[in-house]
Write a protein that binds this ligand. Structure first.
Ligand code: ZN
Ligand code: ZN
Length: 332
């Protein structure tokens, strides 16, 4: 009888363990292709995101593309990806052509699109998703046969039609072709318009923030609108993680932010978000990846080190901060 009880008890325990594991098992894979917001060419804002169960990434900005893939490969960041073997292509070519299924572009600043533009002559057909104003900037500024050939399907002819340009409507979900992901775009305050992308897979969410200033400085309430949307969604869904920028350390004066965040301003925004949530535990499993740290030519402390220290000092609510590093693989 005692043995029987023990078996029942063990069975119960193992089922509890299993359900605890499946609740926290990672859903997304995020690869950092570029972690700076300037000025280090070859390491500018870009990430790849996929659902772990499918081998298709979406690129979140593309400041650096081919060099980022190369650094990630030397770090073995793609070791869990079942890479398609196309013998006509190098391993980098295989990833670019067969595993990246589209680009989500937050805004047209060069540190977010240079890698896409430079790789475009040898890229293959895929969609570019962005807000209408961002797509317009891309057409007017780069794909205009003066700065660059027009590889897209709109704007100045002849149209090379390699990239299908798709306008996202703010706060309206759209499926991302050849993936199981959907995206909802939100406008952000930045010189010109920038974008946050809420990406969803089943009941799981991930948010990529393009460049943004804090609401208190920008006076447009755009981050507040996203925090409210997310807090509502999180009543039924899990927010697995976010990528958000911290461009400067706290010493940067507010009148010289140029639409960017510092550790102090990020903390003030996250505190606002935290206050909106019914279930504060939701923050425990949420990973906050810090991107777009400015590279410095000055002979002083590395801005990345300073930003990390300042975030830790201010982190009274226990957020999980990860400093983005080119070539890193994170599951979340
Ligand atoms: Zn930028
Ligand atoms: Zn920018």
């Amino acid at each position: 009888m005692k043995q029987m009880n023990l078996v029942i008890c063990l069975l119960f325990l193992s089922s509890q363990l299993h359900s605890a594991q499946s609740a926290t098992a990672p859903v997304f894979e995020l690869i950092t292709l570029g972690d700076t917001g300037g000025i280090e060419d070859g390491n500018l804002s870009a990430f790849l995101l996929r659902v772990i169960s499918e081998p298709h990434y979406i690129a979140l900005d593309a400041g650096t593309l081919v060099n980022g893939i190369n650094v990630a490969q030397s770090n073995k960041a793609f070791k869990h990806l079942p890479v398609k073997i196309d013998n006509t292509l190098s391993s980098t070519g295989n990833i670019l052509h067969h595993h990246i299924k589209g680009y989500l572009i937050s805004h047209g600043h060069l540190d977010h699109v240079a890698g896409l533009l430079i790789a475009s002559p040898d890229d293959n057909n895929k969609p570019i998703y962005a807000l209408k104003s961002v797509n317009q900037t891309m057409s007017d500024t780069y794909f205009n046969w003066q700065a660059w050939a027009n590889f897209t399907d709109r704007g100045l002819p002849p149209l090379l039609k390699k990239y299908q340009v798709i306008d996202l409507i703010p706060q309206q979900a759209m499926n991302l072709k050849d993936t199981q992901l959907s995206v909802t775009a939100f406008s952000l305050s930045h010189p010109g318009e920038s974008t946050a992308f809420v990406i969803e897979y089943k009941d799981n969410m991930f948010v990529y923030f393009g460049d943004t200033g804090p609401d208190e400085v920008e006076k447009q309430g755009k981050l507040s609108a996203i925090w409210q949307y997310l807090a509502k969604q999180m009543q039924t869904k899990t927010l697995r993680g976010v990528v958000i920028e911290v461009s400067y350390a706290n010493q940067q004066p507010d009148n010289l932010l140029f639409g960017h965040l510092t550790p102090k301003w990020l903390m003030s925004e996250l505190t606002h978000f935290h206050a909106l949530l019914d279930n504060k535990k939701a923050f425990k499993d949420m990973q906050i990846v810090i991107s777009h740290m400015k590279y410095s030519l000055k002979n002083t402390v590395d801005p990345k080190v300073k930003i990390k220290q300042q975030l830790e000092q201010l982190n009274k609510l226990g957020f999980n901060f990860i400093i983005a590093t080119q070539g890193q693989r994170i599951v979340l």
